[in-house]
Design a protein around this ligand. Structure first.
Ligand code: RUQ
Ligand code: CUA
Length: 864
């Protein structure tokens, strides 16, 4: 018998499964047809789709190009997560609109000039042993020679440094394998001092070079005093990469102008582009940063330029720390393989990629086997003797990134609009895929670290042309996601980027990033330290010293304390604001109209704004994030008066006031309503305690938040009682109102906690019951029926026990309510609720599912 049952079960289950699959399949076909999708498209969609709440596997950080920001998105879904304000003010985050973040932004002033944009190119993640550790991100600004530090605990910019000697940098940011230094290489050569020299002085005075920014990981800051630069000839250095593994300690930088050409198109001379590509080869610079860092410590090895330590070319040469090797003309990317032995140089104007062998280079250096010297005295190695080999990859080779399997590399072909997969050890091409269009950088997951993950690759394209809906002549950028997990590369998804041209991307496994969700109370997010203006609830105050007014304020759902600030025209106003919330995502914003200030206050954060109250009048201030049901009410007034003026104003409007009896009535009413609400809250708390809510972290967080809100009621009760004693009924009513506000906030979180808890501890719903719940909600049933409560219709717990043959009865009733209206029990109900259930036109399938849902409710009746 048992066995028979078993078989029966399998047969039924199998049948169900088959019907479901067939159903799903026909639905798939229908959607594909309707949307004009091929089977391959549908597979691509399945590979990238994340249902609501599912997280991505990787973070990708891409330079925001001319927006001066960094864009963060997830892979494989390509959903954008954040724009981090870096070199450009970013209003949402208050970046550049509050005093603390302005201090960071203004660190980026160049020679006294405020600069409010940046051309961000290459993000670099901090490394430990050549692998990404998820702590910091660095990004360069090509136009204004700056490097920024982003703390990945907060995803905020915490520092900007300006290059003291270069007038243009491109080859940054690149980090040493343990993030001791962040490298930034000069691009367009210029005098290292800030003086004028005619272009004829190019060979003698103009210089390139590389800056080594010393990074202090503990402090999370670049130490400018301990940083130094190495001088290069004016060959116009381009990109850089650092050795790792066998080549750790060395760095490689290529260049584009071995011709030392200086342009002059306006004088009838050939333009830069012709002059710079006349020679067959340019120079790859090879230098020993570990040795240079030692040399830079000794004053006799350096000269000071603009207060910065610079190692001259001859000192580096004398100490065997700088060499050159020819590379195919006008190259672009240079990339060191994950094990550090191979150095791949992209030949922009040559169809060949060159693979250099670090071991061969070292041997030549050890044997002092040089082909000669350049005009600056730097030893030149023989190109052939340094090469491991060359491979014909295609036209317009710009960048490289590494795959998971040994020897795999992916290269971008700008002119061919292709990504080429090849093997740099076996020197052969494996696969090619077309890109839309003109691809620049490439990023395979962690593909520039010592630990590439393969799986996905992002092609960061230069042109989008026809890929998206047209939005005028300026097209969005296009980042394309490619599946590299299989034998052949497959294009999965396009992502339009609407805010500037990203150059490089840096990706990292999501598990390696551990951001905070709140600040320790009173933190200055830009320094990570307690803010001088930290203010807790109850400590709010306004202080005046001469004409400087300091306001210590707090924000919490849903008020700003203080709510009225009166100052004199011309006063300097400093406002410290603390968000005293602990609840996740309870951010408030703050602005004062017409004063061009704005700040974002994440839970626990304190920020500062400063301004001179130089315009007279009345200026509402308010919270700019929709933080709660009473967000609109979260406001106050800045009143700026001119001390030299007499303001004449006579009160004309009399507020209608209530009679003492009416006041008493209103007071009683609100007290009763508070009592009723409190009972609901107590029952919620009781339920949560009884079901051991502390076992579930997210539930516990919500309950903590609810209790936080509830704890604020005592003080308001006291105030209300005091006012009542003084017979100030009006204010007593307002304080009671405040109690009610806190109760609503408490209930809000507690109800969410209860729902979540129920989901955690209830027996799991069957597929059918799940669908039934959806049908119940979306079909309109929940408009009148609330489970566990009598609302405008009866509670449905136990509905399957109330009738004979109840399942059938309920099914018939949903299908055709009218048919039951004459049953005596129903007559009574209709009378009681003064309502008749309408026919919601449910299908038989939906009715079946709803009954399954009711069964689940009955099983878990004690939870409602
Ligand atoms: S560069 S598109 Cu500025 Cu990175 Cu090669
Ligand atoms: Cu706080 Cu809106």
């Amino acid at each position: 018998m048992k066995k028979y049952l078993h078989i029966m079960c399998y047969v039924t289950l199998g049948f169900l499964f088959v019907t479901q699959t067939v159903l799903a399949e026909s639905q798939f076909q229908e959607i594909m047809k309707k949307r004009g999708l091929t089977e391959e498209d549908a597979i691509a969609a399945l590979k990238v789709y994340n249902p609501s709440g599912k997280h991505d596997e990787y973070y990708v950080f891409v330079g925001g190009g001319q927006s001066g920001q960094v864009l963060v998105y997830g892979v494989p879904s390509m959903r954008p997560l954040k724009y981090i304000g870096v070199f450009t003010p970013e209003p949402w985050q208050g970046y550049g609109f509050d005093t603390d973040s302005k201090e960071v932004l203004r660190q980026g002033n160049v020679r006294g000039r405020e600069i409010n944009w940046g051309d961000t190119h290459h993000p670099a993640l901090s490394e430990t042993d050549g692998k990404y550790d998820g702590e910091y991100l660095f990004i360069n600004d090509k136009a204004n020679t700056r490097i920024a530090v982003i703390d990945l605990k907060y995803f905020e910019t915490s520092q900007i440094v300006v290059n003291p000697i270069f007038k243009s940098t491109h080859g940054g940011a690149f980090v040493t394998p343990n993030t001791e230094y962040v490298l930034d290489t000069c691009q367009y050569a210029a005098p290292l001092t800030n003086d004028y020299y005619p272009i004829e002085a190019y060979q003698d005075v103009y210089r390139g070079g590389v800056t080594f920014w010393k990074f202090d990981r503990q402090k999370g800051k670049i130490q400018q005093k301990e940083s130094f630069s190495l001088e290069f000839p004016p060959y116009m250095q381009d990109l850089t990469d650092l050795g790792k593994g066998v080549s750790e300690g060395w760095a490689f930088t290529n260049s584009i102008n071995s011709e030392l050409y200086t342009g002059g198109i306006e004088k009838g001379l050939p333009p830069f582009e012709a002059g710079c590509s006349r020679n067959d080869t340019d120079f790859l610079h090879i230098y020993n940063w570990k040795k240079l860092a030692q040399l830079a410590k000794d004053d006799k090895n350096i000269k000071i330029i603009n207060g910065h330590r610079v190692i001259p070319i001859d000192v580096a040469v004398k100490n065997s720390a700088l060499f050159l090797v020819p590379e195919n003309k006008s190259p672009h990317g240079v990339d060191v393989s994950p094990d550090g032995r191979h150095i791949i140089v992209s030949g922009k104007l040559d169809t060949h990629a060159s693979v250099y062998d670090f071991n061969k280079i070292m041997k030549l250096i050890q044997n002092r086997d040089f082909e000669g010297k350049d005009s600056y005295g730097i030893p030149i190695l023989d190109m052939k003797k340094s090469l491991y080999g060359q491979v014909e990859v295609g036209l317009g080779h710009l960048h490289n990134t590494f795959g998971k399997e040994d020897g795999t590399i992916y290269s971008s072909m700008y002119v061919d609009s292709q990504v080429v997969k090849w093997n740099y050890k076996e020197l052969k091409v494996i696969d090619k895929i077309g890109i839309h269009y003109n691809v620049g950088h490439l990023e395979a997951m962690e593909g520039k670290s010592a630990d590439p993950q393969g799986e996905y690759l992002i092609a960061i394209n230069k042109l989008a042309i026809d890929r998206f809906l047209p939005v005028g002549p300026l097209h969005p950028q296009n980042n394309q996601l490619i599946d590299i997990g299989g034998k052949k590369m497959k294009l999965l998804l396009d992502m339009p980027i609407p805010l500037g041209e990203p150059h490089q991307g840096a990706s990292i496994r999501a598990s390696k990033i551990r951001p905070e969700v709140r600040f320790i109370m009173g933190t200055n997010s830009r320094t990570g330290k307690p803010h001088v203006g930290k203010t807790l609830a109850g400590q709010e105050k306004i202080e005046r010293k001469g004409n400087h007014v300091s306001i210590y304020a707090t924000v919490v759902r849903s008020h700003i304390n203080p709510e009225r600030v009166t100052v004199n025209k011309g006063d300097h106003v400093t406002m410290y604001i603390t968000n005293v919330e602990r609840a996740q995502d309870e951010t408030h914003g703050f602005t004062i109209d017409h004063y061009n200030v704005h700040t974002s206050l994440e839970p626990g954060e304190t920020t500062q704004i400063d301004f001179v109250a130089d315009i007279e009048g009345v200026f509402p201030y308010y919270c700019t994030e929709f933080c709660s049901a009473l967000h609109i009410e979260m406001m106050g007034y800045l009143l700026v008066k001119d001390p030299n003026k007499n303001y004449e104003w006579i009160q004309k409007t009399k507020m209608q006031s209530l009679s003492p009896e009416e006041l008493q009535m209103e007071y009683k009413k609100i007290r009763a309503s508070n009592k009723a609400t409190d009972e609901v809250i107590q029952s919620l708390f009781f339920f949560l305690e009884e079901k051991n809510y502390t076992k579930y972290t997210t539930v516990k967080n919500l309950v903590d938040d609810a209790k936080d809100q509830y704890a604020k009621i005592d003080l308001e009760r006291e105030k209300s009682a005091k006012a009542y004693q003084k017979n100030d009924i009006n204010n007593a009513i307002l304080f009671e109102n405040m109690i009610w506000q806190y109760m609503i906030k408490t209930a809000d979180s507690a109800i969410r906690a209860k729902d979540l808890l129920i989901n955690n501890i209830a027996t799991p719903k069957s597929e059918s019951a799940k669908k039934g719940e959806i049908a119940f909600r979306e079909g309109g049933c929940s408009g009148c029926h609330v489970i566990g409560k009598i609302s405008s219709g009866p509670d449905l717990i136990g509905v399957l026990k109330r009738h004979r043959n109840a399942q059938q009865w309920v099914a018939e009733y949903i299908k055709d309510p009218q048919s039951k209206f004459n049953e005596p029990y129903m007559k009574k109900l209709i009378e009681f609720f003064n309502l008749k259930m309408p026919n919601q036109n449910m299908s038989d399938r939906e009715i079946k599912d709803i009954i399954e849902y009711f069964k689940w409710i009955d099983e878990n009746a004690d939870l409602f």
